[in-house]
Design a binder for this molecule. Structure first.
Ligand code: C6P
Length: 418
């Protein structure tokens, strides 16, 4: 057995950090502690996030941007304060570039429905990739049905990287108006060279949308440094609550885009003959928003900022290096995706002779929570030639011992099916 790389967070720091997550300290079944390795699907929430949401409901619950009473003002300040925290986290120029949505999926659909429908026509091209989550494929296919655009895909290489030569060729074919790419693949873990991808898109006269669902939770991201036109992510994968996500957009683009939903809050004037819309971000936030969730997201940003996202990625790197090493020792196990250097803290794999769902059940018996299936990336699984994989995804509170627990559970399931 190999010895683990020293983790980036000290044992004391990690123990203190784990104590912040009430859910982690429990047994799944009597005598079986929880080993939560399904962070790519959703992360656990620290007490600071849960408490911030409870505090909001207990001490200031009111609608935002409407009343003039004290609670309404406090709620609005908390809601808008969280927007500023998000803007600071991702290096946005202005909090007005942060639109609250339900999740990454809605953020991408918003761009397709508003910017896409208003701007694109038959003959225009949108480039996505073979490694995308369905959230960054289906909205463009639906938009293609409405507008007549063509969707093309950057292929992946044998090692699970984007084929940049093919990308250049697709751009050279012309008429590309948008490049929509994941920053980090939720199956391969590949960290894509999005800065270069965006630069090339801009040189070809196209905009770039980055799906940051798997990147913002685990690494420093600066949208201005990347020069992203749109950047989408979900709170629930970054220690925050479900029900809220973010679309970042450059302000001049947002101002030119038509609204998404119509209704209260997104207007500046309504008459019976027509409506004048509010400026971004309100223009895209019709109706009563997810206020407590925004407060929870703000608390999650505070929590992550305190740890430092550079430390989060270092910690994940240590875990994934050790996990990849240990997985390579398991007979009949195949991992998918690039080397540790080009990968985030997740790994998908198959075990010869054992279906991914059976393996996941074997792991569950040992208290190890992982995801099995196509991970909402069917075209990628088609490309890999497998119907399903099993994915272990690590986060800041995971330990080297939990990697050992994973490996032991895989080994005993393998022996059971042998
Ligand atoms: N991936 C996973 O287990 P939502 O569901 O809207 O919060 O996020 C969608 C999404 C978009 N892009 C990427 C790269 C993603 O990983 C996800 C969510 C989860 O892999 C749930 S399917």
């Amino acid at each position: 057995m190999s010895s683990p790389t020293p983790p980036a967070l000290s044992a004391e720091t990690l123990a203190a950090l784990r104590a912040d997550f009430p859910i982690l300290n429990q047994e799944i079944r009597p005598g079986v502690p929880l080993t939560y390795l399904d962070n790519g699907a959703t992360s656990q929430k620290p007490a600071a996030v849960i408490d911030a949401m409870s505090h909001y409901y207990e001490h200031m619950n009111a609608n935002v941007h409407r009343g003039v009473h004290a609670f309404a003002e406090r709620a609005t300040a908390a809601y808008e304060g969280a927007r500023q925290k998000v803007a600071d986290l991702i290096g946005a120029g202005d909090a007005q570039e942060i639109i609250y949505v339900r999740n990454t999926t809605e953020a991408i659909n918003l761009v397709a429905r508003t910017w896409g429908d208003a701007t694109l026509h038959t003959g225009d091209v949108v480039i996505s990739t073979e490694m995308e989550h369905h959230a960054n494929i289906v909205p463009w296919q639906m938009m293609a049905e409405r507008t007549g655009v063509t969707v093309k895909y950057i292929p992946i290489t044998e090692t699970g990287l984007l084929d940049m030569g093919e990308y250049r060729k697709l751009l050279a074919e012309g008429n590309v108006k948008l490049v929509a790419v994941a920053h980090v693949s939720n199956v391969l873990g590949t960290i894509n060279p999005v800065k270069e991808i965006i630069k090339l898109a801009h040189e070809a006269g196209a905009l770039a949308l980055i799906d940051g669902a798997q990147s913002v939770p685990g690494m420093p991201v600066n949208v201005r440094d990347l020069d992203a036109d749109f950047y989408a992510f979900s709170a629930h994968k970054m220690l925050g609550p479900t029900g809220i996500g973010v679309l970042y957009g450059k302000y001049d683009l947002l101002e030119k885009m038509p609204p998404y939903n119509g209704g209260g809050s997104m207007i500046s004037k309504v008459t019976l003959t027509g409506t004048k819309y509010a400026h971004a971000p309100q223009k895209f936030e019709a109706g009563t928003p997810a206020i407590a969730e925004a407060v929870g997201l703000g608390a999650a940003v505070d929590y992550l900022t305190k740890i430092g996202l550079a430390n989060v990625i270092e910690h994940e790197k240590a875990l994934i290096s050790y996990a990849m090493e240990r997985l390579s020792e398991v007979i009949g196990l195949t991992t998918y995706g690039p080397s540790v250097e080009e990968r985030s803290g997740l790994v998908s794999f198959t075990l010869k002779g054992v279906h991914a769902h059976d393996l996941a059940q074997g792991l569950d018996a040992a208290g190890v929570a992982v995801r099995a299936g196509h991970h909402c990336a069917m075209p990628l699984h088609d490309k890999l030639g497998v119907a399903a994989t099993l994915r272990a995804s690590f986060y800041v509170y995971n330990t080297m011992e939990e990697v050992d627990t994973l490996i032991n559970a895989i080994e005993s399931t393998r022996r059971y099916f042998a």
